[in-house]
Write a protein that binds this ligand. Structure first.
Ligand SMILES: Nc1ncnc2c1ncn2[C@@H]1O[C@H](COP(=O)(O)OP(=O)(O)O)[C@@H](O)[C@H]1O
Ligand SMILES: [Mg+2]
Length: 270
């Protein structure tokens, strides 16, 4: 059954290029985006059948800002990410996102019949081996360029997935629980890598995670989603690199766990 959709999606090139592209919409295009903004979401509603998963949601992400999104399983985090990634258009509301976006999911989603470097530049019109190798070097697996995906470890495959996202030089990087399937040690290394890549590339990041500690260690701001809206936001104004043993980190973590309805002293995963 067709859903009645009223939406307006604007994509923009960062300042300098100045282009604004509007996709088919029933409302007038939004005004040119502010130079310092990566994402603007207003009144975003997404229903599945009778269920309203996102409910008149507003979100802003500044250019270059690292935002983590927490919330109970099934609360709509991936739904928001998929809309921002243009993988779902059945919504109501207005969003502004940069033209150059890239996404990485929990599953690396590499094509098994293509070598690692070809996976990295898949779909890029100007994707060549040198660009793929550069991205693979950056995530620490340059030596895997000619391998098949099946020989990669879980951590390596996730790094390849990150390389595939970075090679697109995104202004907005959307990460949906990218470390959730990794073992603890590999996850810590992957988290550090993402922190480094973010500092080097300067893109905005929206990281969906169920790991409260990860959110506090990496991000500028943490959003807590509940009942289809952003129920709480926490600005993490602490110097980097951050340490889980820092009492300030522990305090923010505890506060977020309260918002998530999880008691203190638990693992910190929701
Ligand atoms: N394509 C879909 N069809 C029907 N229901 C969906 C679909 N995608 C997600 N949902 C439902 O929307 C809710 C939010 O899903 P999701 O955004 O994946 O949650 P989260 O990522 O926060 O765990 C869930 O109840 C899920 O079952
Ligand atoms: Mg999800």
């Amino acid at each position: 059954m067709a859903t009645l959709v009223q939406r307006n999606v604007s994509t923009f090139e960062p300042p300098g290029d100045g282009a604004t592209v509007s996709r088919p919409s029933q409302t007038a295009p939004s005004p040119a985006p502010a130079a310092d903004r990566a994402v603007k979401v207003r009144g975003l509603t997404r229903r599945f059948g009778d269920r309203e998963v996102l409910r008149d949601l507003d979100v802003d992400i500044a250019a270059g800002e690292f935002v983590a999104l927490l919330g109970a399983s099934g609360c709509g985090k991936s739904t928001l990410l998929r809309i921002l990634a243009d993988l779902d258009r059945e919504f109501v509301g207005d969003i502004e996102v940069p033209v150059r976006r890239a996404v990485a999911f929990q599953a690396p989603r590499l094509l098994p019949w293509k070598t690692v470097w070809r996976n990295v530049v898949l779909g890029l019109s100007d994707g060549n081996r040198a660009r793929a190798e550069e991205a693979l070097e950056e995530v620490g697996i340059g030596h895997r360029a000619d391998q098949w995906p099946k020989v990669l470890s879980g951590g390596e495959a996730q790094r390849a997935s990150l390389a595939r996202a970075l090679v697109r030089e995104p202004d907005l990087l959307l990460l949906d629980e990218p470390f959730a399937a990794l073992d603890a040690l590999t996850r810590i290394k992957a988290q550090e890598l993402v922190g480094e890549l973010w500092q080097r590339h300067g893109c905005a990041i929206l990281l969906v995670t169920h790991d409260v500690e990860e959110a506090v260690l990496l991000s500028d701001r943490v959003l807590v989603m509940k009942d289809g809206v952003i129920a709480h936001e926490e600005v993490i104004d602490l110097p980097r690199p951050r340490d889980v043993a820092d009492p300030a980190v522990a305090r923010i973590r505890g506060n977020l766990l309260d918002w998530l309805g999880v008691r203190h002293g638990t693992q910190g995963n929701v």
